[in-house]
Write a protein that binds this ligand. Structure first.
Ligand SMILES: [Ca+2]
Ligand SMILES: [Ca+2]
Ligand SMILES: [Ca+2]
Ligand SMILES: [Ca+2]
Length: 295
């Protein structure tokens, strides 16, 4: 179960945490996981000593199996594109595993399916503020319809995952990104300044310059076109978790890819095995390597 929890933690850290937290806040488990990878990183930093012990090291065998999984065209090398495609498929599998367990508290007629009524009843029951509820209902209804692939008005197994983990469905993700854009975009120009993105405002409405400076590096990495603002696509990379995985894997490439062809061979990965200890790349690879029944 610890491994499943780790998998879920990773998926959660990467997705719209606030939705899941608001739905499950009565049991208190999920709220402890609030925050994105920042919180997780703090925990990891505290464990540096343990991470450096043998038990947390990837074995050569694990690396070999991971490379085989990444290497879709079987040329013996893993490219960034292959790794990111694997990451997406993996996230889909992980979230689908959570499946029906996700709706336990919501599925009031216990038919192992989630109807829109059940979803909205649960939302209403746990609403924090009536003012926000109307908006929430509209967003959640749109997400529900987008997740309902076969249009039969109930969500079953893999459809359920998309509602909770929008990143596994392009359609649900688009709605989630649009909703978050609208929520954060104070001046309504369809793009986010650093202050809008982090919600970094002082009580008098001016930007919290200190906080923004602290986060400047992350923002710069997200701002792919470098215009100083985040558009929907750039925000989508953040919401989907692609951003965190991509950064971690770019780090892996930077360390491992010695001949600079932006692809890693087994030998390159094996040489990098010690060098990536305590990096996000290491944590991500470990999680993939330790998936139950995978290796
Ligand atoms: Ca039901
Ligand atoms: Ca359906
Ligand atoms: Ca704006
Ligand atoms: Ca931009």
């Amino acid at each position: 179960m610890a491994k499943l929890a780790a998998v879920l933690l990773w998926a959660l850290a990467l997705t719209s945490v606030q939705n899941v937290v608001s739905m499950d806040d009565e049991d208190g488990d999920w709220s402890d996981w609030g925050g994105r990878s920042g919180r997780r990183q703090d925990v990891m930093d505290d464990q540096d000593q343990e991470v450096n012990s043998n038990e947390e090291r990837l074995t050569a065998g694990q690396l070999k199996v991971l490379l085989q999984k990444f290497d879709a065209n079987k040329d013996g090398k893993a490219t960034m594109q292959e790794i990111m495609a694997f990451a997406h498929e993996q996230r889909k599998k992980e979230t689908e595993m959570a499946g029906i367990g996700l709706i336990e508290d919501m599925d009031t007629d216990k038919d192992n399916q989630l109807s829109l009524d059940e979803h909205l009843n649960h939302l209403t029951k746990h609403a924090m503020s009536w003012r926000e509820l109307e908006k929430e209902v509209a967003i959640e209804t749109a997400k529900f319809r987008a997740a309902d692939e076969n249009g039969d008005e109930v969500l079953t197994s893999s459809e359920i995952a998309a509602l909770f983990f929008p990143e596994v469905s392009a359609k649900v993700l688009a709605i989630s990104v649009q909703a978050n854009m609208q929520m954060k975009d104070k001046d309504g120009d369809g793009k986010l300044t650093p202050a809008e993105f982090w919600g970094a405002f002082n009580e008098d409405g001016t930007a919290d310059v200190m906080l923004i400076a602290d986060m400047a590096e992350d923002f710069k990495k997200l701002d792919k076109d470098g215009d100083g603002l985040l558009n929907a696509g750039e925000l989508g990379a953040w919401e989907s978790g692609t951003f965190h995985t991509e950064l971690a894997m770019l780090k892996l490439m930077e360390i491992a890819d010695k001949d600079g062809d932006m692809a890693a061979t087994f030998q390159e990965l094996e040489n990098a095995r010690e060098l990536i200890l305590s990096t996000d790349a290491q944590y991500q690879l470990m999680e993939w390597a330790e998936l139950p029944g995978e290796l």
